[in-house]
Design a protein around this ligand. Structure first.
Ligand SMILES: N[C@@H](CCC(=O)N[C@@H](CS)C(=O)NCC(=O)O)C(=O)O
Length: 210
């Protein structure tokens, strides 16, 4: 069997998603840090792994995979994690929750996007924080409303953790990092509490791997 290697960065939300899924799957892996603060994602060695210059990259089963959602899908399908329901309508709802974070919030708050926005801001003192607040807070408020519609518990969409939880928890870490308050979002907080009780989530936390 080939060794599973995750090229990641401790604070990267997209990497954090994959760490959670690898833990849920019980797959031992070696983590190789790509230091985003030092620009290692743009090194020739990393660009050879991922021409996008992003983490995570996962080497598994003789494959080299990029894009966290694609990696989660691969792990779900090959390790039968049950991250998505089989019913098409329920599946679409879970994907909508997950994508509201991974497709809508996360990309505009990515390192290079936020850094560029801050660099062209008139007042640069709080530009990065203002940018994060501008996108993360409404995104989480909408997520709370979507959760309210589902009325599932204790996780986003039921009694077991799924794709939406895997996307939410790293986004909450990121929100705290940038001082975005979500103490008024009770459903989001309940999901966070349920996930933090699971070792797969706890062991993937940036403080555990950084
Ligand atoms: N859609 C990609 C996004 C990956 C991504 O944005 N990764 C960030 C860290 S969370 C990164 O590598 N940023 C490096 C940079 O902006 O230079 C995925 O889900 O894997």
């Amino acid at each position: 069997m080939t060794e599973t290697v995750l090229f990641d960065y401790w604070r990267s939300s997209a990497s954090y998603r994959v760490r959670i899924a690898l833990n849920l799957a019980g797959i031992p892996y070696r983590a190789v840090s790509i230091d985003l603060a030092k620009g290692e994602q743009r090194s020739p060695a990393h660009l050879a792994r991922n021409p996008q210059g992003l983490v995570p990259v996962l080497q598994i089963d003789g494959l080299q995979l990029t894009q966290s959602l694609a990696i989660l899908d691969y792990l779900d399908q090959t390790r039968l994690l049950g991250l998505l329901p089989t019913d098409p309508a329920a599946r679409a709802r879970v994907q909508a929750l997950a994508q509201s974070i991974a497709v809508d919030i996360h990309p505009v708050c990515n390192l290079q996007v936020a850094a560029y926005a801050a660099s062209i801001a008139a007042d640069q003192t709080t530009a990065r924080e203002d940018w994060m607040l501008r996108f993360i807070r409404p995104g989480l408020q909408a997520f709370e409303t979507l959760l309210d519609t589902h009325k599932a518990a204790p996780f986003c969409t039921g009694s077991t953790p799924g794709l939406a939880d895997i996307c939410l928890i790293p986004q909450l870490y990121n929100a705290r990092r940038w001082g975005v308050d979500f103490s008024d979002l009770p459903r989001v907080q309940r999901v966070e509490s349920a996930c933090s009780d699971l070792s797969a989530f706890a062991a993937a936390h940036p403080d555990e791997v950084g």
